[in-house]
Structure formats: C-alpha cells, structure tokens
Ligand binder design. Structure first.
Ligand code: HEC
Length: 138
C-alpha cells in the first residue's frame, strides 16, 4: 500500500536522496521466502521484534560485545564505533544511510559474524528479517 505513494514521491523528486531500493526489498523477500519455507504459519516480519533484538543485552556471546548497540550505538541514525578495533561504523538506519542492506552476501556475512559475537549463535531467519525491517523504517 505504501509502494504507490513512495513511487509517486520518487518520481516527483528525482534528485532527492532515495531510501527505497529494490535490492533491499529483494533481501527482505528472500528472508521471507526462507521463513515461510521453514514455517508455513510465518506471519511476517516485525520491526518491533527487530528493535528488541537490536537493543537486548545478551549473555551468550563475547563479553566485550553484549549488544548490537555496543558497536552500532543506541541510535541507529548515529555513526557507530567498533568496540574491538575502534574503527568508525557508518549509521545503520536506512533513512540516513540508503546503502544499508542492499547486498545479500554482505548482509549474510555480517549477520554471521555479529550474531555469533553478540548472541553466541547464528541469528534465525526471522531475526534477520525483523532486524532489516526495523532498520528500513529508521
Ligand atoms: C564488534 C562490533 C559490532 C557489533 C557488536 C555488531 N556489529 Fe553489526 N557491523 C559491524 C561492522 C564492523 C559492520 C560492517 C561495516 C559496516 O557495514 O558499516 C557491521 C555491519 C552489520 C550488518 C550489515 C549491514 C549492511 O548494510 O549490509 C548487519 C546486518 C549487522 N551489522 C547486524 C548486526 C546485529 C544484528 C548485531 C547484534 C546482534 C550487530 N550487528 C552487532 C560491527 C558490529
């Protein structure tokens, strides 16, 4: 339902920064297809669950990185800092960083690394879809 409105906005403002990206839609659609395959009762991703995942303090992973916010900060629109290397991390909110979550290989690589660091296990496909859905709305 939002699509036609977005499209109209994009057509009206061709030079404005555009957060919508078909490649990100494809990443979310891929996760949704995987989630439906694993569970036919899958009812869609939740930005709220994604936010909970982002802000939770976990105990299963590396004690230096108990939360996504340890490196990505409490504010997804702010630049982060890698707690291990000190390097700056670009903001993760799509509204301020439209290049986020557009490359499935990169997204999968980072989920693999970061979920193990923080939670001590891989994120589930629903957790990944929830997280991207949350950040796409930020
Ligand atoms: C040790 C620091 C650190 C922690 C903790 C961390 N990340 Fe990251 N994350 C990074 C770095 C570094 C990158 C790669 C650089 C970049 O994308 O700016 C990244 C990128 C990502 C990406 C790829 C985004 C894209 O645009 O493709 C995802 C997805 C991600 N992180 C998810 C998470 C989740 C989920 C958590 C919590 C479970 C988390 N991160 C915790 C450091 C961290």
């Amino acid at each position: 339902m939002i699509r036609p409105i977005l499209l109209a906005a994009l057509l009206a403002l061709p030079v404005a920064a555009q957060a919508a990206d078909a490649r990100r839609d494809a990443v979310i659609a891929d996760y949704a297809a995987q989630a439906r395959k694993a569970d036919p009762a899958f009812a869609g991703f939740s930005a709220q669950r994604g936010e909970t995942l982002f802000r939770a303090k976990w105990t299963g992973g590396d004690a230096r990185t108990p939360s996504c916010t340890t490196c990505h900060t409490d504010n997804p629109k702010a630049a982060g800092q890698n707690a291990k290397t000190g390097r700056t991390i670009e903001p993760v909110a799509v509204s301020v960083n439209p290049k986020r979550f557009v490359d499935m290989a990169e997204v999968e690589k980072q989920f693999g690394r970061d979920c193990k660091n923080v939670i001590g296990r891989d994120c589930t496909v629903v957790e990944k879809g929830d997280y991207v859905t949350f950040m796409a709305g930020q």
